[in-house]
Design a binder for this molecule. Structure first.
Ligand code: ADP
Ligand code: MG
Ligand code: MG
Ligand code: MG
Length: 392
């Protein structure tokens, strides 16, 4: 690890910072710069920097601690290295689905990227009952491009081993391993949930569900398939009509492709639960179609790329069918773990937390029932996942 004593950015110092960096200096007029810190996440500082002529850039700086808690919880800023790597690598195959990446300051852990304030975060849009019809398909295509081009299917085998070794991200992976893949099923002091959901939370801690979580945790920690985004929930996607951008890839590492498909799916489950208790039938029915929209786009893109497979000797068509089937099955199960942690784990989501006590409990219980069925019945397809979420 490099130093954890480095200068943190402040709004007043941003113009001078940009002037001192040749790769940024021409992107905005720093003499008329307006700088606002907008970070709403748990970890990092985010500065939107806009000039008087309508041009902008965004700077994101990793703090050496967890923003949510403060300096008493130190946390590696190396996560910014992982995010920079993901933008650089994913940008080679899927640039239209990412913010343009303008550079990385490795001394101060600052990423520079396109200003996307004309978009909105997908989570907020779904929570407000908005429809963005191309977003799910775009995310599916993004995951397919990255999955193909950073895996054994698109990269020569020995080169891939070096890439995999270079992309480790142990501290961020540990968060997922603990918060998503362990603690909802084992219990943990930092878990929290509504009093009304105490029974539902306890019902996740059976030997069968623990074993299911163990199986998924094992897959997450051993199946180094592709350079995942790693944190592709709807809070990591910005939408605008006709444009979808995945950002905040600081959890990027070589892991199971199904995990990147699963995080948006888990949020669709949450969206459907919110819509149901609010009586938003039309939006709920639309949200129920997103599982298949995302999967179908992923599958179509992946099949389109398949003729370019690097080693077609045994990675043939029948193999592809089996691989797609397993990936779809695994996505359903990973989605369950992510949904569980949003109800009973450390980090919840405003989609449900903003509801009143009673509907919030009804929605939370529906999500937990969905989680259990996904982990015990093991549906095979996106359509079955949607049907289970609808029934619950
Ligand atoms: P964290 O890792 O702390 O969650 P994010 O990368 O998710 O940080 O950014 C936090 C918030 O800052 C986002 O939810 C979004 O509102 C805003 N933001 C981040 N990147 C951009 C961008 N390129 N353009 C506009 N707003 C952004
Ligand atoms: Mg974020
Ligand atoms: Mg955020
Ligand atoms: Mg983040």
């Amino acid at each position: 690890h490099r130093s954890t004593t480095y200068e943190l950015l402040e709004p007043e110092k941003v113009a001078a910072y940009i002037d001192a960096r040749p790769e940024l200096a021409d992107r905005v007029d720093t003499s008329s710069l307006d700088v606002t810190e907008v970070g709403d996440g748990n970890l990092n500082l985010v500065f939107v920097c806009q000039d008087g002529g309508g041009r902008g850039i965004v700077l994101k700086q990793a703090l050496p601690y967890v923003r949510l808690v403060g300096p008493s919880w130190p946390f590696t800023p190396e996560r910014a290295v992982a995010e920079a790597r993901a933008y650089a690598v994913h940008g080679r195959f899927a640039a239209e689905y990412l913010p343009a990446f303008y550079g990385f300051d490795a001394e101060r852990y600052i990423l520079a990227m396109e200003d996307l304030t004309d978009h909105r975060v997908w989570r907020g849009a779904l929570t407000d009952g908005e429809r963005h019809d191309s977003a799910a398909g775009d995310v599916g295509r993004y995951v397919a491009r990255v999955a193909f081009h950073t895996s054994l299917f698109g990269v020569e085998a020995k080169e891939l081993k070096w890439l995999t070794a270079a992309a480790i991200n142990p501290d961020l992976c540990e968060i997922t391993e603990d918060l998503v893949l362990t603690e909802p099923f084992s219990g943990a002091d930092r878990n929290w949930f509504q009093d009304e959901l105490a029974d539902a939370a306890a019902s996740l801690q059976t030997p069968e569900l623990k074993a299911a979580a163990g199986e998924l945790k094992y897959a997450f920690m051993t199946r180094a398939e592709a350079l995942l985004h790693g944190d592709l929930h709807t809070g990591s996607v910005m939408v605008k009509d006709g444009s979808t951008r995945a950002f905040d890839s600081e959890f990027a590492f070589y892991g199971p492709i199904a995990f990147d498909l699963a995080l948006p799916w888990s949020n669709f489950i949450v969206t459907m639960a919110r819509d149901a208790v609010l009586g938003r039938e039309e939006h709920g029915a639309w949200a129920a179609t997103l599982f298949e929209q995302l999967w179908d786009a992923f599958e179509a893109e992946f099949r389109a790329l398949w003729p370019g497979v690097v080693d077609p000797r045994v990675f043939n068509e029948p193999f592809l069918e089996r691989w797609l089937a397993q990936t779809q099955r695994d996505a359903a199960a990973f989605a369950a773990t992510e949904a569980a942690r949003r109800i009973v784990g450390l980090a919840h989501v405003p989609d449900l937390e903003t509801l009143d006590v009673e509907p919030r409990a009804v929605a939370g219980r529906a999500v937990i029932e969905t989680v259990k069925r996904l982990l015990l019945d093991r549906p095979e397809t996106a359509g079955e996942v949607s049907a289970i979420a609808r029934e619950e």
